[in-house]
Design a protein around this ligand. Structure first.
Ligand SMILES: *[C@@H]1O[C@H](CO)[C@@H](O)[C@H](O)[C@H]1NC(C)=O
Ligand SMILES: *[C@@H]1O[C@H](CO)[C@@H](O)[C@H](O)[C@H]1NC(C)=O
Ligand SMILES: *[C@@H]1O[C@H](CO)[C@@H](O)[C@H](O)[C@H]1NC(C)=O
Ligand SMILES: *[C@@H]1O[C@H](CO)[C@@H](O)[C@H](O)[C@H]1NC(C)=O
Ligand SMILES: *[C@@H]1O[C@H](CO)[C@@H](O)[C@H](O)[C@H]1NC(C)=O
Ligand SMILES: *[C@@H]1O[C@H](CO)[C@@H](O)[C@H](O)[C@H]1NC(C)=O
Ligand SMILES: *[C@@H]1O[C@H](CO)[C@@H](O)[C@H](O)[C@H]1NC(C)=O
Ligand SMILES: *[C@@H]1O[C@H](CO)[C@@H](O)[C@H](O)[C@H]1NC(C)=O
Ligand SMILES: *[C@@H]1O[C@H](CO)[C@@H](O)[C@H](O)[C@H]1NC(C)=O
Ligand SMILES: *[C@@H]1O[C@H](CO)[C@@H](O)[C@H](O)[C@H]1NC(C)=O
Length: 504
C-alpha cells in the first residue's frame, strides 16, 4: 500500500504537464501500474501512448481530445454547439445549464433581445423578469425600477421595502427609509425608539423626545417635552418644575415629588418636603424646628440635649437624662461619658479621663495599657514602657524573650516549641494540633497533616487532612477534584505506569 502511494506521487509529478485538464488522481485506492508503460486515471491504469498522445483522463477512462468531450467524468462524442452541464453534454442552442441541470429556457433563446440567465436551477429573461434572492423568478412589473421585497415586488421609484417584515410602503421623498412600517426622510426626521418618527428641530438634534428631537447640548427632554437648558424650568423625573420656586425631592421609596419652596431658604429636601437647614431639622423625613440649634434628631423625633439622651434604637431610643452631664447610654441607663465608661453593659467610673476602652468590666487607656481577657476574667497591665508585651492567658509576657504555650508562660530557649500547654524540644518530634508525636525529625522531612505526621518526601497532605502516598517524586500537588488518587486525572495521565514506579 505504501509503495503504491509513492508510485502515484511519482507519476503525478512526472506526467503533470500533459494531464492538466483531466481528473485528479484518487489517492485512496487503485490498480497497481507501471509508470513507464501505463497512464493512471483515477484508480484505473491504461496503456501509455507517449508524450504526444491526444489522450487524456476523464474520470477513470481515457478520451481523445480531438474527437471527444469530457463532461465531469463522462465522455461524449464532440458536437459543435454543445456544452457540458455536470456529467451531461447538451445542445446549447436549445437549453441552458443552471446549477448542473439542463433546463429549457423560459423565453426564446434565439431572440436577439432575450438575455437568459439562471436563477437557481431555472432560467429567466433578464429583460422581463427578476431573480429575487437568487432563488425566485418574478415579473418586472415596474420595469427596471422593480425591486424584491420578500415574497413581492415593489416600485423602487415610489415605494420603500421595510425589511423587518417585508412590507411595502409609499416613499415620502427621494431617499426614504423605513421606521418600523412607516417611511421617513432621514434628512428631516429621525426614527425614535418604539418605531416612532420624530421631526428634527435642528441639524444637531438627533436625540428623541416624544415626537420631537432635541439637541442635548442646549435642551433637556422632560417627560416627552423638550425644554431649554438654563431656563428656570427643570426636570424632576419627567415632571417640569420651576427651579426658582420649587424643589425636586426624592423620597425614601425613590419616587420623586415637586414641592414648593416656602421661603428662599427652603433649598434642601427632607425626603419629600422642602426644609430650611438654618432653622429646621430633618429627622428621618420629618421636618422640625431646630429651635436655634437647641434640639437634635433622635430617629424620627427631636430632643433637647439638656433633657434627654438619644440611645441606640435597640436600647430604647430617646431616654430622659438621669444626670446633669449625661451624654451617652449604657444598656438602658444614661451616663456622663467624661467621667464614666460603659463596660460590659454596666456603668463604671473612670479613674482618669483618658480611659478610652474597656477591659472586661474595667475601663482602661488602650494607648498605654494592655488588656488580657480569658473568658469572663480580665486584667489590665501598664505597658507604656514596653511595646513588646503580649498576653499569655491572663498574664503578660515579653515577646521574643518568653514563650507562651496556650496561656502558660515559660522561659523560651532555642530549639523549643509549644505543644498544647507544654514545651517540647523541636528535634524530638513534631507537634500536630495539640498532640506531640515523637519522631526522628533529623532524618527526612516531616510535617503535620491535621494532627498526624507525614513524610513530605514520600507523602502528600491533601485537603489539609488526608495523607496520600506519592506515586512519583514529581507529584507535588494534590488533585483538586478528587480525594482518591485512583480517580485523579493528574496522577493517572502523567504517571500511567505508577504501579511499577512506586519504589523510589
Ligand atoms: C441543436 O439545436 C438547434 C436549435 O434547436 C438545432 O437546430 C440543431 O439541429 C440541434 N443540434 C443537434 C445536433 O441536435
Ligand atoms: C433545483 O435544484 C434543487 C437541488 O439542486 C432541487 O432540490 C430543486 O427541486 C430544484 N428545483 C427545480 C425547480 O428543479
Ligand atoms: C432603465 O433605466 C435606464 C436608466 O438607468 C433608462 O434609461 C431606461 O429607459 C430604463 N428602461 C426601462 C425599460 O425602464
Ligand atoms: C427665572 O426666574 C427669575 C426669578 O423669578 C426671573 O427673574 C428670570 O427672568 C427667570 N428666567 C427665565 C429664563 O425665565
Ligand atoms: C432663637 O434666638 C433668637 C435670637 O437669639 C430669639 O429671638 C428666638 O426667640 C429664639 N427662638 C427659639 C425658638 O428659642
Ligand atoms: C417614628 O419611628 C417609629 C419607629 O420607626 C414609628 O413607629 C413611628 O410611627 C414614627 N413616628 C412618626 C411620627 O413617623
Ligand atoms: C457637669 O459638668 C460641669 C462642667 O464640667 C460641672 O461643673 C458639674 O459639676 C457637672 N455635674 C455633675 C453632676 O457632674
Ligand atoms: C460581663 O458581665 C457578666 C454579667 O455581669 C459577667 O458574668 C462577665 O464575667 C463579664 N465579662 C467580663 C469579660 O468581665
Ligand atoms: C466565669 O464563667 C465560668 C463559666 O464559664 C463560671 O464557672 C465562673 O464562675 C465565672 N466567673 C466569674 C468571676 O464570673
Ligand atoms: C535519628 O537519626 C539519626 C541519623 O540517622 C541518628 O543518628 C539518631 O541516633 C536518631 N535518633 C533517634 C532518637 O532515633
Amino acid at each position: 500500500m505504501h509503495f503504491k502511494l509513492i508510485q502515484f506521487i511519482v507519476i503525478l509529478i512526472a506526467k503533470s504537464t500533459h494531464q492538466q485538464d483531466s481528473t485528479l488522481f484518487d489517492m485512496r485506492a487503485g490498480d497497481p501500474f507501471n509508470p513507464d508503460t501505463e497512464l493512471c486515471c483515477g484508480s484505473k491504469s491504461h496503456p501509455y501512448t507517449g508524450p504526444h498522445s491526444y489522450e487524456r483522463c476523464c474520470g477513470e477512462n481515457l478520451f481523445d481530445i480531438t474527437r471527444e468531450m469530457c463532461c465531469g467524468s463522462a465522455i461524449f462524442k464532440f458536437q459543435s454547439g454543445f456544452a457540458c452541464c455536470g456529467n451531461k453534454y447538451f445542445n446549447a442552442s436549445q437549453s441552458i445549464c443552471c446549477a448542473n441541470k439542463i433546463t429549457l429556457p423560459l423565453h426564446d433563446i434565439s431572440s436577439p433581445k432575450s438575455r437568459i440567465s439562471c436563477c437557481a436551477n431555472s432560467t429567466y429573461n433578464t429583460q422581463t423578469h427578476l431573480c429575487c434572492y437568487g432563488t425566485e423568478v418574478v415579473e418586472m412589473k415596474y420595469g427596471n425600477k422593480t425591486g424584491c421585497c420578500g415574497p413581492r415586488v415593489y416600485d423602487m421609484s415610489r415605494q420603500v421595502c421595510c425589511v423587518s417584515d417585508y412590507t411595502v410602503v409609499d416613499a415620502t421623498g427621494k431617499s426614504s427609509v423605513c421606521c418600523g412600517k412607516l417611511a421617513f426622510e432621514p434628512a428631516t426626521h429621525v426614527c425614535c425608539p418604539g418605531k416612532k418618527i420624530a421631526k428634527k428641530i435642528s441639524d444637531y438634534a438627533f436625540d428623541c423626545c416624544g415626537t420631537e428631537t432635541y439637541d442635548r447640548e442646549t435642551h433637556v427632554c422632560c417627560g416627552g417635552v423638550v425644554i431649554l437648558r438654563g431656563s428656570n424650568i427643570s426636570c424632576c423625573d419627567g415632571i417640569q418644575f420651576d427651579s426658582t420656586a420649587q424643589l425636586c425631592c426624592r423620597g425614601s421609596d425613590a419616587s420623586h415629588k415637586v414641592v414648593a419652596k416656602k421661603t428662599q431658604n427652603h433649598v434642601v429636601c427632607c425626603e419629600k418636603e422642602a426644609f430650611d437647614p438654618q432653622h429646621q431639622l430633618c429627622c428621618n423625613g420629618l421636618v422640625f424646628d431646630s429651635e436655634n440649634g437647641t434640639v437634635k434628631c433622635c430617629d424620627n423625633r427631636t430632643f433637647r440635649k439638656s433633657e434627654a439622651v438619644c440611645c441606640d434604637y435597640l436600647k430604647g431610643g430617646l431616654k430622659r437624662k438621669q444626670g446633669e452631664n449625661h451624654t451617652a447610654c449604657c444598656d438602658s441607663v444614661t451616663y456622663d461619658s467624661t467621667t464614666h465608661s460603659c463596660c460590659n453593659n454596666s456603668v463604671v467610673i473612670k479613674k482618669t479621663p483618658d480611659q478610652n476602652s474597656c477591659c472586661g468590666n474595667i475601663p482602661f487607656n488602650s494607648q498605654i495599657s494592655t488588656c488580657c481577657i480569658v473568658s469572663n476574667s480580665s486584667r489590665v497591665y501598664d505597658v507604656s514602657n514596653n511595646a513588646l508585651i503580649g498576653c499569655c492567658g491572663l498574664d503578660i509576657y515579653r515577646l521574643g524573650q518568653d514563650g507562651c504555650c496556650y496561656g502558660k508562660k515559660y522561659s523560651l530557649r532555642a530549639g523549643q516549641g509549644c505543644c498544647g500547654s507544654s514545651v517540647y524540644q523541636l528535634r524530638d518530634g513534631l507537634c500536630c494540633g495539640d498532640q506531640f508525636l515523637p519522631q526522628n525529625v533529623t532524618e527526612g522531612t516531616y510535617g503535620c497533616c491535621a494532627n498526624k505526621v507525614y513524610n513530605k518526601e514520600k507523602e502528600l497532605c491533601c485537603l489539609g487532612s488526608q495523607i496520600k502516598a506519592k506515586l512519583h517524586p514529581e507529584q507535588r500537588e494534590c488533585c483538586f477534584h478528587s480525594l482518591s488518587a485512583d480517580h485523579c486525572p493528574y496522577w493517572d495521565n502523567f504517571f500511567p505506569t505508577h504501579k511499577e514506579e512506586r519504589n523510589f
